[in-house]
Design a protein around this ligand. Structure first.
Ligand code: F6P
Length: 407
């Protein structure tokens, strides 16, 4: 039965409030179509957010910014998938409603309130075989179907390089997805910085400061092993900020010769102690990184660690009388409250990601190009790894200070 114009005019304002301009009152339809249109116009846009990969200070600040912009400004509904995309693929689904109350005040908290994982993923979902061993299956099509079924119109995937590779593959399969970069390692080249990096450098610098006092008292060499799988940004930052004497990064395979000379110089000049910062991914010339293969289900990366102890062993072979100790900073670098810089960057990324959805610029990742926040295709963002360039100003600065880089 056709709806009379007077009835339509009465219905529209009461349901749509100030959105009446969206409806053309002359476009009179059947009651069914008309009510269907009204329903779709009044249904809130629903988006999903996921945090993947290793956690990182600032993730909660991004979540808060996304919700404040999407819900507070556009009245969209935001759902969080628990533990990256595992929440969507679980039975029953593990989705958390992220409303303003859920994100209130979380920008100061480390970790992520929707959990994360750096194992598996929709393209490599771990499956136990009959013989008890583990294999993997591709559940990406199912993921997309499940998202459609939930009425989710767009996804924001917050994660490092591995997560953004997943974003790109999902985008190629037709998913409306936006990437937000994160990693304490600062190893994504498309952005000036990733949030989490500055906080990690703060933590590592604080550790160097503390090690200096004990090194000075005992006339020792103190070695601090920090994170940084393939890029030495944390080690380099902490070495400069903390005033270390030697820094070993994955980009430079170190040789003992220059290192031993530096140690001798430190002792003969009367300074009487040595501070070394070594990235977990550093390795000696002709040697390999130190790692163990993880036995955790679905873990695809080598678990690095132990280069600090190995390095001390090498030095002690040459200088047996020198006292040396190793501190492995580990996950202290990833936990705790983000510093102000990371909170601001994370918040900028969150707001910008929602703006990209609004503009329907899918397949893009937000990035910092100081002072702007920009967007670039995820495909481009994952093309190049952000190694420490040996011509980078931080390397020149370190050399200018007389810090030995082991080359
Ligand atoms: O990629 C970030 C990072 O912190 C690396 O520096 C480190 O090797 C890795 O994550 C450790 O990850 P997890 O202990 O969570 O497996």
């Amino acid at each position: 039965m056709p709806v009379r114009r007077r009835e339509a005019c009465r219905l529209i304002p009461s349901v749509l409030g100030d959105q009446t301009t969206l409806v053309n009152p002359l476009d009179i339809k059947s009651t069914e179509d008309f009510l269907g249109d009204l329903q779709s116009m009044t249904r809130r846009k629903r988006i999903l957010v996921a945090t993947g990969g290793g956690d990182c200070p600032g993730l909660n600040a991004v979540l808060r910014a996304i919700v404040k912009k999407a819900t507070g400004q556009y009245n969209w509904e935001v759902l969080g998938s628990m533990d990256a995309f595992n929440g969507v693929l679980s039975e029953p689904m593990q989705l958390k409603v992220l409303d303003l109350a859920a994100v209130s005040g979380i920008h100061v908290r480390g970790g992520t309130i929707i959990g994360t994982t750096n194992r598996g993923g929709p393209f490599h979902w771990p499956v136990k075989r009959r013989d008890g061993t583990w294999g993997s299956e591709d559940r990406s099509d199912e993921l997309i179907r499940r998202l459609q079924y939930q009425g989710i119109e767009a996804v924001i995937n917050i994660g490092g390089e591995g997560s953004q590779r997943i974003s790109q593959r999902l985008f190629e399969k037709g998913l409306n997805i936006i990437g937000v970069p994160k990693t304490i390692d600062n190893d994504l080249s498309a952005t000036d910085f990733t949030f989490g990096y500055q906080t990690a450098v703060e933590v590592a610098t604080d550790a160097v400061d503390k090690l200096v006092t004990t090194a000075e008292s005992h006339h020792r060499m103190m070695v601090l092993e920090v994170m940084g799988r393939d890029a030495g940004w944390i080690a380099l930052g902490a070495a400069i900020a903390g005033g270390a004497d030697i820094v070993l990064i994955p980009e430079i395979a170190y040789r003992l010769g220059s290192i031993l000379r530096k140690i001798e110089e430190r002792f003969s000049s009367g300074r009487g102690f040595v501070i070394v910062v070594v990235a977990e991914g550093a390795r000696p010339a002709g040697g390999d990184v130190i790692f163990k293969q993880s036995d955790e289900v679905g873990c695809q990366h080598k678990v690095l660690g132990g280069i600090g102890r190995f390095f001390v062993g090498q030095v002690k072979e040459q200088l047996p009388d020198m006292e040396a100790r190793v501190t492995v900073l580990g996950h202290l670098q990833r936990g705790g409250s983000p510093c102000a810089f990371d909170r601001i960057l994370a918040t900028q990324f969150g707001v910008a990601a929602v703006e990209l959805i609004k503009a329907e610029k899918f397949g893009y990742m937000v990035a910092s190009n100081y002072p702007d926040i920009v967007a670039l295709p995820i495909r481009e963002a994952i093309e190049k790894y952000n190694y420490v360039d040996l011509d980078h100003n931080l390397v020149k600065t370190a050399r200018g200070l007389g810090i030995c880089l082991g080359d």
